[in-house]
Design a protein around this ligand. Sequence first.
Ligand SMILES: NC(=O)c1ccc[n+]([C@@H]2O[C@H](COP(=O)([O-])OP(=O)(O)OC[C@H]3O[C@@H](n4cnc5c(N)ncnc54)[C@H](O)[C@@H]3O)[C@@H](O)[C@H]2O)c1
Ligand SMILES: [Zn+2]
Length: 357
Amino acid sequence: MAEKQHPVPAYGLAARDHSGLLSPFNFSRRETGETDVKFKVLYCGICHSDLHMLKNEWGSSTYPIVPGHEIVGQVTEVGSKVEKYKVGDRVGVGCMVGSCRSCTNCSQSIENYCPKMILTYGGTYHDGTPTYGGYSDVMVCDEHFVVRVPDSLPLDVAAPLLCAGITLYSPLKFYGLDKPGLHIGIVGLGGLGHVGVKFAKAMGLKVTVISTSPGKKQEAIERHGADAFLVSRDQEQMQAAMGTMDGIIDTVSAVHPIMPLIGLLKTQGKLVLVGAPEKPLELPVFPLLMGRKIVGGSCIGGMKETQEMLDFAAKHNITADIEVISADYVNTAMERLAKNDVKYRFVIDVANTMQAP
Ligand SMILES: NC(=O)c1ccc[n+]([C@@H]2O[C@H](COP(=O)([O-])OP(=O)(O)OC[C@H]3O[C@@H](n4cnc5c(N)ncnc54)[C@H](O)[C@@H]3O)[C@@H](O)[C@H]2O)c1
Ligand SMILES: [Zn+2]
């Protein structure tokens, strides 16, 4: 029984099956261990991955699922060996809550690629119990997987940075697409895409948004700071932009053609996929060979880099554009997210709207 596994009562929203419908769920969290931080969850962002997981679109979901990996809150208790945090601190937890801490990847601060990485929800913790995410009132997490939210960032608009922010920041850095003056494309102006534009602009890049929705052009440019906007279905526009980009970050959540994107790249340009469609994409080989082009992937970021990203966001005043919702709106929010009807991230006001009855 999830309710009795651990001593600390917790309350949240869970899906019981692949209908993905969320409803109230009583469960429990472990006692605050020596290196654990316990915090009251204040806000939690809704990532498209939550939707994929709720509906078992990746085939790996086990129910019940309490989603949520863009979690921010205030520390209420710390274990005796915790060094970095104290009661009252503003903290966040992203997509992972554990890893082996000893493999090559862990020792290089890329715990996100540890073969034993433990997801914030839908995973199994070291003690054998299932992990539950941030659509819940309380969180307990080892301090290594907790980050500090800088004081200048309001918590609600900072929450989406914990996943969306790091998912765009990390590939820009790793693939060398962070050099001022480079031209990059960002495909999909959703939760990931819109913060990606902001990070890329703060790095001094020229940014073109590539989208199927012409209606997003004005906001992409005026609100998020993009330099240009391409409607991916407009052949003429796409043709005119061929061979102009040093890199492209593709955030699209559904199956889509990547051939036109490869065409937009300069010789030796890089197409980085971060969106996670449920089915494979078709990979045209010749256009890659002819321009020595690179297709890569990227998955969130390590803990050190996640903290660096938050500090960078604070320095450059980067926050997400959000729609704050109450807990009882979450199923409607999921329906809207599935229809791309969100500007640009839903964030649940957990503290004020999610209380145990
Ligand atoms: N790699 C990672 O570490 C990582 C982290 C977080 C999310 N993701 C994945 O990234 C994807 C995007 O997440 P998000 O939260 O930004 O989602 P979102 O729904 O906010 O944004 C997705 C964008 O893709 C666009 N889109 C959807 N279908 C399309 C299609 N067929 N053609 C063109 N554009 C289309 C939408 O209009 C929207 O702008 C999801 O698949 C999610 O699971 C990956
Ligand atoms: Zn996410």
